[in-house]
Design a protein around this ligand. Structure first.
Ligand code: F6P
Length: 317
């Protein structure tokens, strides 16, 4: 069997560990692995090279992806899909492992429906694939966010300041939620539990009246005009506020032990599924067990985060 592997969408720490596991598991089952560079874009261009056991021996601890990645609109919008099937046929690649997020899985599902054997591995710092408790990259990014917030807290404490910290997540509040659960912030606003400006002000004012003059407000990206929010708080509470957008620092760095183990388990599971003739499945983790689910159900399965938000209410009361 000849298996193609690609990373697609935003890179996430741990993608290399997943590639490592895929190549080593494939070698165990005597399969050949072809690395496809730049995701679906590279697939359309036939940008490939063989990956052997020795190629992946020193990559598990590296951030980013050795295969590089891209967002490919041509593929997502349909025109590229038939071409991709043709390219795979010409290269004699009958199976494919796609490491990426929701958009990448949509592409994977379409390839599966056109007869390619495809398995997906969730790699995204946003943790926005709800069928799985964790996606590869989320834990590392959470730790990066906490490290950054810790540094901001040092200076906020020294100057009695409040800082609005914007974290990534696209339309998912998990990075903000888990950062606050880890004790990293006093007020949070996420797409799932969005606070209006006045509520943020009244929560902050409560803190300040109780003598807490350094406060972190964690906000998921894409929700507000942050300058406007900063000005609003400053005018309403007559206090000066800082804003820090953590940005792309969140996507880089060596993957955590948790992400590496998760990536290894998911990579091995993906190869195992292909070896047993399965296709059209996304690998995940639920209650500490590696699971698989049909691509079509990826958005139907909901991981309920309400209990985490309830606990946060206790923590931040
Ligand atoms: O999906 C990962 C992510 O980092 C999001 O958190 C962020 O909104 C987006 O990618 C940024 O995308 P790009 O790299 O295309 O600017």
């Amino acid at each position: 069997m000849r298996v193609g592997v690609l990373t697609s969408g935003g890179d996430a720490p741990g993608m290399n560990a997943a590639i490592m596991a895929v190549v080593k598991a494939a070698s165990y089952y005597n399969m050949e692995v072809i690395g496809i560079k730049y995701g679906y874009k590279g697939l359309l261009n036939g940008d490939i090279h063989k990956l052997t056991y020795s190629d992946v021996e020193n990559i598990a601890d590296k951030g980013g992806t050795i295969l590089k990645t891209a967002r490919c609109m041509e593929f997502m919008e349909g025109s590229g899909i038939e071409k991709a099937v043709e390219v795979l046929k010409n290269l004699d690649i009958n199976s494919l492992i796609v490491i990426g997020g929701e958009g990448s899985f949509k592409g994977a599902d379409r390839l599966h429906k056109l007869g390619v054997n495809v398995i997906g591995i969730p790699g995204t710092i946003d943790n926005d694939l709800r069928y799985t408790d964790y996606c590869i990259g989320f834990d590392t990014t959470l730790n990066t966010v906490l490290e950054c917030i810790g540094k901001i807290k040092d200076t906020d404490y020294s100057h009695d300041k409040t800082t609005i910290v914007e974290v990534m997540g696209r339309y998912c509040g998990d990075l903000a939620l888990y950062s606050a659960l880890a004790g990293g912030g006093e007020i949070i606003s996420t797409p799932e539990k969005k606070l209006d400006f006045d509520t943020i002000c009244s929560k902050l004012s409560l803190r300040m009246n109780s003598g807490k003059n350094d406060n972190i407000i964690i906000i998921t990206e894409r929700m507000y005009d942050l300058q406007e929010l900063q000005r609003y708080i400053e005018e309403k509470l007559k206090t000066s506020v800082r804003t820090t957008i953590l940005g792309f620092i969140q996507r880089g760095g060596n993957p955590s032990g948790f992400d590496r183990v998760l990536a290894s388990k998911m990579g091995i599971k993906a190869v195992d599924l292909l070896n047993n003739g399965y296709s059209g499945l996304a690998v995940g983790v639920k209650n500490n067990k590696i699971i698989d689910i049909e691509f079509e159900d990826v958005n139907n399965e909901i991981v309920d985060k309400q209990d985490s938000y309830d606990m946060l209410d206790i923590l931040l009361h």
